[in-house]
Design a protein around this ligand. Sequence first.
Ligand code: ZN
Length: 306
Amino acid sequence: MSEHVTICEVGPRDGLQIAKGIMPTEVKKRWITALAAAGLAEIEVGSFVSPKLIPQMADTGEIVRHAITLPGLTVVALAPNLRGAMAAYEAGAHRISIPVSVSMGHSRANLNRTPDEQIDEVARMVEWVAAQDRAMQIEASCSTAFGCSFDGHVEVSEVVRVTARLAAVGIQGLALADTVGYGHPALIKEVVHAVRGEIGPVLEGLHLHDTMGLGLANALAGIEAGIRNFDSALAGLGGCPFAPGASGNIVTEDLVFMLESMGFSTGTDLDKLIAARAPLREGLPNETMRGGVPQAGIPKTFLRAA
Ligand code: ZN
C-alpha cells in the first residue's frame, strides 16, 4: 500500500474570491459535485465573510448545504470571526478554516486586527463551537508564514510564536500558508521543522501559491519534511488581493500527477479532475486556467499509485 497524501481543493474559495466574474450558484454546485466525483475528499467550498467585501461568496450558506449532501466529502468553509463560525455551523460545515496572518501588515489589511487580536478571536470561536451540540473541526491557516507583500521578511521565530499560541487556545489542526508565494524549498523545510518542533502534529498542512513558479518545488520540500496535507486549486485559480501580479494556488491536476507518479496515493482520478474544468470554464468564461498536465494531456507513462 502506498502512503496517502490528502488534498484539500480550495478553488471554490481561494480561487473564486478574486475572480473577475461571479460564478452562478447552480454552476458552482455542479463544479463542486464534479470535484467530489473526481475523488477529492476535502473541499473548501466558500467563506463566511461580508458579501459587501467579497460578493463571490454571498451564496456560501447555500453552497455548504449542497456540499454536505455529497457522500464522503469533508466540507470546509473559511470563517474569519465568531460570526462566520456561527454561520458555518448553522449551514452544516464539517470544518472551518480560520485565517490568522503572521505578519502585522497583512493582518491589518486582511482582517483589520493584529495577529494577537485575531488569536483572541480564535479562542472565542473554539469556546463557542465546543458549547454546541454538533462537532465542527477548527483549523487555522497561518497566512504570510513565508513572507509578506507589506512587511517583507517574516521571522521564523514569529511564525513559531503565533502557531504556539494557536495550539494553546485549542485548534485541532494548522496549515502554514505561503499567501503571496515568496517561499522557496529551503525556507519551507526550515519553517516546517521549527513549527513542528513547537506544536508537533497540530501542524498538518501547507497552502502554497505559485507566484514565482516554485509551487510544486515547495510542495516537494513539504513532502520531504513530512507534510501529508496540501491545499491546491483546480486550474491553479486563486491569489491574494494583496499580492499584485501574484498567480494562483498550486494546480491540483499537476500536484496529483506529481504525487501519484512518485507513488503517493491521493484518492483522486486525474481524468475526472481534468473533466471538472468544464463546469469551471462554464461558470467563469473569462478566467485564466493554468495547468501543465491538462494542457499537455496525461502522458502514456502515467501510473496511478496503487
Ligand atoms: Zn491562498
